[in-house]
Every structure is written in C-alpha cells, then in structure tokens.
Design a protein around this ligand. Sequence first.
Ligand code: SAM
Length: 379
Amino acid sequence: MISSHLPLCAGYWFGCSGDGQPSYARRVSLVSLGVPTIPRAGAESVRPDTKALLDSYGRVATDLRVSLTDRCNLRCTYCMPAKGLDWLPRSTVLTGEEIVRLIGIAVRDLGVTEVRFTGGEPLLRRDLEAMVAAVSALRPRPQISLTTNGIGLSSRAQGLFGAGVDRVNVSLDTLRPATFAELARRDRLDDVLAGLAAAKHAGFDPVKVNSVLMRGHNERDAVPLLEFCLRHGYELRFIEQMPLDAQHGWDRTEMITAQEILAMLRTRFRLDPDAGERGAAPAERWLVDGGPGTVGIIASVTRPFCTACDRTRLTADGQLRSCLFSITETDLRTPMRAGASDAELARLWRDTMWRKPAGHGINDPAFAQPARPMSAIGG
Ligand code: SAM
C-alpha cells in the first residue's frame, strides 16, 4: 500500500494545502529541512486487515478521549460564551452503560490502551466513578486519566483514585482570584486549589496542571504558576490557545506562542530540554533549573505534533472524531441504539480512523474551524 513517502503537513511555514499535502515547492524545502516523513495516502491505499485503529498515513490510535458531557460549571472566555451554549439534548447524551460498552470495544477489539475522561466538565457526571470502575475492570486494563477544572475534586479525588483513575490533569490559568473570576467568569479559584490539593493527597502522582495564557489577561501569571507548581510538586503544562472557541473569536496575532511562553519563563528559570523520549506526548518538556522539576509546552499551533498523533475521540452524544479539528464525524449512537453488534461498531470505528487527515490544518489559509467547540468535543 505504501508507494511513496512525503512530509506530513505540520505547520504554516510548511504551507499545507486543504488535503494536508504541502505544495511541490515547499516539499523540496521540507526535504532539505529533514522533516520526518510518513507514508503517503493515496487513491491506491487499501486498509490492511488489522484490528488496530490505523490511518492511511500509518499512524495507529491507541489513546481514546471520551467526552462525558458538553456542560461545564465555568465559562472560560477562550472556550465558551458567558451565557453557555445550546446544550446537547439529554436524550442524545450517552448513558454510562453505553459509554462503557464503547470503551470496551475500543480496548478489547481496537487496541486502545489509554482512556481519558474529559468534557465539558466530567465531574458533572455523578456516574463517573462507576464508569471508571467498569473501565478499570476491562482486560487488558487501559490507563485511565481525567481532565477536569477541579471544581468538586476535593470531595471526589479519593473515590476516583480508588475507582481506578491513574492520572489527573487540572486546568488552572491564574493564581489571582480577580483574574480567575474574569477569565472563567466564576469566582471559584479556591475550589480549584482545594481540588488540586485533594488530588495530591489522594495519591495521584504526578498531578498535572494545564494552563492557557491569554494576552492582556494572564500572561504575567506564567512565572507565578510555575513557581506554585514546583512548590507543590505539580507538573505544569502550558497549552497554546487553539481555534476551538464557541464564539469563533480566536485570532492568531493575539495568541501567546510557545516561544513567548519560553521567553517569559526564562526571565526567572533556567530551562533545558528534557532528554526523555517524547513519543506521542503533545508537550515538549523542559527541565527547570536543572530538575527534577519540569514544565511542558504544548505548541499545538506553532509546532503541531500531528505526525505523532495517536488520538481517537468520542463525544458525549456518541460521535466519533479522528481529530480535534475534524469537520466530519461518525455517528455511533444511532447504530448502537438500533442494535448494532460490537463487530459492526468496531468496523465503523476503524473506517473512521482510516480517513484521519494528515494534519489539523490550522495553519492552512483554507482552514475551517469545526462547528463543535472544544467543550463539546472533549479537550
Ligand atoms: N472542564 C475540563 C477542564 O477544564 O479541564 C475538561 C475540558 S476542557 C475543554 C480541557 C482543556 O482544554 C482545559 O485545560 C482547557 O483550558 C483547554 N481549552 C479549552 N479551550 C481551549 C482552546 N481554545 N485552546 C486551548 N486549550 C483550550
């Protein structure tokens, strides 16, 4: 099936066309830059007979992100409008049983080894612990993680740890209460800090912290956030803001880049590249002041990592997405509720992933933001 190779569309300076293929002139310079290559997809590509979630570029998805709800108890300005969204009708949101069935198919039949629960805000689901326990009982047992805003984690961290969550990421963009209230449109900083402390106390190690910096709002929090995380033993990762807000207000020129974040942190810390293997991890890691503390930077926009992407995504209403930025989805809910077998659902899943695009295309002039915002996809 692999007849030729070409560089994967990976950034705007690489000049991707709409189908993720760089133009000829740029291909030449990409080769000279030694950009990694991946198998070329083409009309002649035929999906090999494998159980894995393989795409036509040769990547294999093993990391499943499951959104449990599109609802959230914060209204972060870069994510949701102040009044919230038109929430998914309750009848379309998958039940815990349906979610566990689909995760079971992914783990047993499709080679998924990691499951991350996200949202919306996953702690809004009261049946989260039961789902975690059921997923934890699957064999082979997948790694289980959770991305949360931390509100309510103080009373649930121990139970989630006991049910089988292996890793937790808590989102925190500032340590200043007034800035938190302005950015999240809710005055809940103390709840998040209590959630973080409870996660550490429950035994999660490391506890990861995710931060998005917004120009004119919280860029001066970069250094204090890292000081705070180092002091408490949390692992901080900054994420470049992506065009996934419901308001479609993302503006490249306003985005704080990974390079700027590094420069800000270097005013206070010595940062050396962490020599550890990055693999499919989205964060580039840096040793802080010689270690052992580290900081990660997820440069989704300026240094995309699509070549190494191993993700597959399931939305709260049972739609499969091969990429955060997919503009097409595969409906699993309707066939599942109509009585489809596990084998039929697995086939739909494999077919969807085979069509995964080469790259997210954010840096392509023809980029179209997906209709679903981050909160309804699952970050
Ligand atoms: N409610 C949970 C939380 O706050 O972590 C899980 C869902 S939230 C969508 C997951 C992560 O996506 C958060 O760390 C959030 O900061 C991040 N996020 C949301 N919108 C984003 C955007 N436009 N660009 C980059 N990250 C974003």
